[in-house]
Write a protein that binds this ligand. Structure first.
Ligand SMILES: [Fe+2]
Length: 255
């Protein structure tokens, strides 16, 4: 692996409020991450939705309270559970825009809300395509990353397919045209990586939900980027870590 230029702590599917999910466990994970970040290169915390179980006000407030005082930059977008009971209103009030961008010297990240009120299906939407194209297309010398809650390509070992993004073909075509390097998402609760053309598609696991599938466990992903490759390490809430996968990054973006 080349020299690390960016470290992303990728959390997803925390489901605060869901039966068996402990707010104390979430606090411990966040505190452990905050202790690690001073030793990491350019750290960022990315949370790809399903912060809550049912999109309720008290679930959002409990989640936000854990993040108070965290100095590491954060990008947070909602998932389908967060938009139940019109939770999008609480999300916007507490965490701001549902579509976000983040950019520094190393990466350009477009984070999209793929959820809709009271609908578990994933959807990005044509009205956002130009914005995504212009933002990622302008960051030619950086690692271009697209984040969302739902998956664009089915994930193995998760059962039958229900919620792949409805406009996945159009979104994948768009991302390929702007030479996106990495797509990051959650939703399926099972870690997986695909290579598609020159893109890396990565699904992280659930951080705390008990609704894990098969032999997987609760994890977040530590993502280390160099100019030429990316490494995904799974970290359990106990702190124990294991290398999951790595991939080269498309050279035409980074040359
Ligand atoms: Fe989800």
């Amino acid at each position: 692996m080349g020299e690390t230029i960016k470290t992303i702590f990728h959390l997803s599917d925390i489901h605060i409020g869901e039966s068996g999910v402990s707010l104390g466990d979430f606090r411990e994970v966040i505190e452990a991450i905050e202790k690690r970040t001073p030793h990491m290169t350019s750290p960022l915390i990315l949370i790809t939705g399903d912060l809550t179980g049912e999109g309720l006000r008290e679930e959002y407030e409990a989640f936000a309270e854990v993040l108070e005082g965290i100095d590491t930059p954060m990008v947070i977008i909602p998932g389908n559970h967060d938009e139940r009971n019109y939770g999008a209103a609480h999300f916007e009030e507490i965490f701001g825009e549902r579509f976000k961008t983040y950019e520094d010297d190393s990466i350009a990240l477009y984070a999209a809300d793929s959820a809709e009120p009271d609908n578990d299906a994933g959807h990005v939407g044509r009205t956002k395509y130009n914005e995504i194209h212009d933002f990622l297309g302008a960051a030619k010398e950086k690692v271009r990353i697209f984040a969302l809650h739902h998956h664009l390509v089915p994930v193995p070992n998760t059962g039958r397919e229900h919620n792949v993004v409805e406009d996945a073909g159009a979104v994948l075509g768009l991302l390929d045209r702007v030479q996106c390097s990495i797509v990051l998402n959650g939703h399926r609760h099972v870690p997986w990586m695909w290579n598609l053309n020159d893109m890396v598609l990565y699904t992280t696991g659930t951080l705390l939900s008990r609704r894990i599938r098969g032999a997987t466990t609760q994890v977040y992903s530590l993502i280390e980027l160099s100019k030429s490759d990316v490494t995904f390490t799974l970290v359990e809430k106990s702190g124990s870590a294991s290398l999951f996968s790595r991939s080269d990054l498309r050279p035409d973006v980074l040359g």
